[in-house]
Design a protein around this ligand. Structure first.
Ligand code: ADP
Ligand code: MG
Length: 239
């Protein structure tokens, strides 16, 4: 059991409540997409699941275990950021292995996992290159590789395609879909404000609006039966 459950989750920054009581159930192996306009709280929710942001109220469970008080590295979840956040002075292999090395993993095991991730992502020819010698799509794959080496139960993606041009966006989107197949029962939580990404990747879409869940369901169900005009506006017209 490695799904993710959010129960009445809230988040307050200063005096401002930005997450207003969110309940979400994500099954093991499910590809769940959070969609909603800029500022609705998508990144904040993801960061709370990852443990990068403290939860003000409610419970977050990963694999049936309450993780509110656990360190990010102990939650079984790994995050892939929009901006890649690669270290410019490290080559691809060291970038991918960095987190494991910092956590004291033995070099052999780090190398083995980096090799395996590079194979999955077809990055083997680039392992000794620095990030500046890579294309945007390759950099994003390195960022994904950094999550894969941790062998997480749950992958968290925060708008991973938004810095790529249109063509690369399609290619990388297909690659992420393939990755979900390759990694079997890994659970994916994927944030985007792009309807096409949501419709094509998701088993289940969570539509968010102003810190609340507006509607949850499989893409076609939301497309056919949007609960209101807001959802219809978001999901109803895939390009
Ligand atoms: P999204 O990812 O959907 O665009 P965010 O989760 O980034 O939305 O932000 C949700 C709301 O919380 C926004 O109003 C944003 O300004 C606010 N917010 C996010 N992070 C912080 C922070 N560290 N301090 C104060 N307000 C924040
Ligand atoms: Mg965001």
């Amino acid at each position: 059991m490695s799904g993710v459950t959010l129960r009445n989750v809230t988040k307050t920054f200063g005096a401002v409540k930005v997450i207003k009581g969110v309940d979400i159930e994500i099954g093991e192996g499910e590809f769940c997409v959070f969609v909603g306009p800029s500022g609705c709280g998508k990144s904040t929710l993801l960061r709370m699941i990852a443990g990068l942001e403290e939860t003000t109220g409610g419970d977050i469970e990963i694999g049936g275990r309450r993780v509110n008080d656990l360190d990010p590295k102990d939650r079984g979840a790994a995050m892939v950021f929009q901006t890649y956040a690669l270290y410019p002075h490290m080559d691809v292999a060291r970038n991918m292995g960095f987190g494991l090395r910092m956590n004291g993993w033995p070099k052999d095991e780090v190398d083995r996992r980096v090799q395996e991730a590079a194979r999955i992502l077809q990055l083997e020819p680039y392992l000794d290159r620095k990030p500046k010698a890579l294309s945007g799509g390759q950099r994003q794959r390195v960022a994904i590789g950094r999550a894969i080496v941790r062998d997480p139960e749950v992958f968290l993606f925060d708008e991973p395609l938004s810095n790529l041009d249109a063509e690369l966006r399609v290619a990388t989107r297909l690659e992420i879909a393939k990755l979900h197949g390759t990694l079997g029962n890994s659970t994916m939580v994927y944030v985007t404000h792009d309807q096409v990404e949501a419709m094509t990747l998701a088993d289940k879409i969570v539509v968010l609006r102003d810190g609340r869940v507006e509607q949850v369901g499989p893409p076609m169900e939301l497309y056919r039966n949007p609960a209101n005009l807001f959802v219809a506006g978001f999901i109803g017209s895939p390009k």
